[in-house]
Structure formats: structure tokens, C-alpha cells
Design a protein around this ligand. Sequence first.
Ligand code: GLA
Length: 437
Amino acid sequence: MRALYWPSETELREVRKKVAEISGRSAEEVRVVVSPYRICPLGAHIDHQGGTVSAMTINKGILLGFIPSANSEVLLESGQFEGVVRFRVDEVQYPRHAIRKSDNIHANDSSQVQEECNWGIYARGALYALQITGNHLTRGITGFICGSKGLDSSGLSSSAAAGVAYLLALESANNLIISPTDNIELDRIIENEYLGLRNGILDQSAILLSSFGYLTFMNCKTKEHKLIPPPKSHEFKECSGKKTYKILLAFSGLKHALPNNPGYNRRVAECKEAAQILLDASGNGELEPLLCNVEVEAYRAHKYKLEPNLARRAEHYFSENMRVVKGLEAWASGNMEEFGKLISASGLSSIKNYECGCEPLIQLYYILLKTPGVLGARFSGAGFRGCCLAFVEADRAAEAASIVRKEYQQQQPMLANHLNRETTVLVCEAGDSAHII
Ligand code: GLA
């Protein structure tokens, strides 16, 4: 079953029309990659440590319309950003941080010149990932990319949605058949190796594996995943505590791309430091310093050896893993009240233990918690900017949205005034996995 309402026929028609204009070809030839944004109700900030996470997509995201080029040229325009991105798929791509460091080495490489057009980095990153894994590309694409209005850089993983979209388009243009699991790895290469962000595989796993209405469960150490079906709708009504839900997104007005924020990589480094101390203390110092390699018993026995800040990072990891396990049970039995409570506890641990929220997001979190109808809330994404997500009782969603909008306007008038009124608080539905139409 496909997700409701997105993309609409009108949205698809507009994207096709735009690509037809840019390429001078007919709209019927245009293929469209549908790459949804994701939320992570439980399992925040532990994917990079090999933890277990839960995720789903929403019925909003990125559309990339494209036509395979007759040659190796890539030509892209964007609905959000200025400029035209141009490069060739037979130009060798280098990691972005390497390009920044070496002023002269690639001075004659036309891809260097194109660095000015910053939004093109995800397309080049996709090419880089395909090249270094041995894929030989001969055909470029002419394309137009656009995201759901006002939702880019909002903690909904627009970067992974863009990376996945370019991967799928380049693969389709070059007749490459690549599995979702391999695309998860290719997107990891874009983020970790090309952009230098030390994040985990939560975002692209959600985008590539999710299925409408299911909760995606992913073990980031073993890479095993399961799709947990929703309880049948009649079961929801049978006993109290079982409620149908909608997803509410409340935006802070703070935006910036994650790779430009040093806070994310700093927290990853702290988790690794904690893991190394715990592994050394338990005689497993030779293992990779990731918290997933530390047994829970070893954590309990040796946690007093950690400095207070490292102890808090480790506490977040171990408590969040537990919340994911409990959350799966709650989800599978349709107990949305319990599921919601776990989400809010996860949000609190992000604030107190992982210490990654900023003031406006923390305010939004508390506003959501006291709003009638909200089952649970937390920051979306890394928590340095963007939005909070909430699961809200379906029949109280509209009222909850209007309360949150008013409260946030009072607490953060400057930021709230920068937001587009229509998208300050959004009520969404679950989505599907990335695919090509
Ligand atoms: C960002 C990262 C993910 C994950 C989340 C927090 O979205 O890209 O890998 O760590 O933050 O859960």
C-alpha cells in the first residue's frame, strides 16, 4: 500500500514540466524519484554507536525529476536553491573535506569550480560513492530537485533524502540494479566519507526500508532490520490506551545543515571515549570503541570510572536501547500511550544525558508535553536545529497544532515570525520508502 496524498498529481506534473523545460524533452519521458523525510520516534543518537533504532518516513520529502542524458553531463536545478549544478559522471570526485584542504591540487578540476553551488554536494557525493565502490557510470542526468515547502534542514533528514534521491536517479540512468541494503552503505559513504559527518545509518535506512504504516526497526551493528506491522484498526478501539495517531511536527525556525555543526561529531567522539574506557575496564580493549561492543553488565560494573559528561552519554545509549525494545512491544500491541511515554522519556534523555538540544527546541518539547492530545514528543534528528516531532491522538491533532503554534509564538516571537504560518506546525501521516515513478 502506498502512502496517502504525497506526492500529489499536481506536484508530479510540476516537476515533470520543469524537467521538460530544462532538457527540451517531453514531460512523459521524465522519471521522478520520491524520497521521503524520516522521523525516529525512539533510538535517537545511538545509530553511530551500533545501537538499535526505530524509524518511519512521513508523507513529505524530496522529489527529483530527471531524464537520463545522452552523454556524461549532469545538469541540475533546484526548487529551493539558486544556481545550476553541472558536472560530468566521468570526472573523478574527491571527498569534500579533501577538496577544501588542498587549494591547488584540483585547481584545474571543473568540479572544484562547481563547489560554489553548495547544494550540489549531495549529487557529487552520490557520484563519489558509486565511483569508489567500482561502479562505472557513463550517463548523466538532467534534473530538477525540490523538497516539501519549508522542511529542508529541519531535522527530518533532508540530506539523506537528497543523497538517496541522487543515488537512485544515477543508478536508474545507468541501468545499475542496487539493493536497498547496498544503497544504505552508499549513502553512508556520502555522509561519512564524502562530507565528513560521523553519523550512523538511521536516516537512509528509514528512507530506503520503511513501508507505509509499519515501524522500521534497525540494528545498526548487525544491519538486520524488521518491519513491525501496526495493530489492526479495530484493535485500537477495543481497550483504553489504544489510540489512532497522527504525526505532528513543530518547527523552531532554526536551520542549518548538520555537516556544518561541530556539535554532532563532538558527541560521537565522547561516546567513543566512554566506550574505550568501559572496554578497557572490562578486558575488551581490543574491540572497536563503540558502545554497542560494551556489555550492559560491564557498563553497570564500570560506569563510575567515567567522567560525568561521558557517564551521561553512556547512560543515554544504554537507556535509549532499552526504550527501543520496550517501544517495539508497545507499538506491536497498539499501546500508543505507552509508546508515547517512551518517546517523551527519550526526549528528556536527549536533553539531560546527551545534552544536544538548543533552547528553542527544548521550549517546544515542553510545550508539546503539556498540550492535550499529545501522546509523546522529542526533538527530531540531531536536535541542534529544526523541529520537534510528536505522536498525537488523531482526533485532537488539529487543536493540538493550534495550541502549540500560539504558545511558541509567545515564547519565541522572533523565531516564530520567521516561520511560514502554514508550516509552523504540521500534521502529517506515515510515509513509504523511496521509489521511482
Ligand atoms: C542525525 C544523524 C543520524 C542520527 C540522528 C539522531 O539525523 O544523521 O545518523 O544520529 O541525527 O538520532
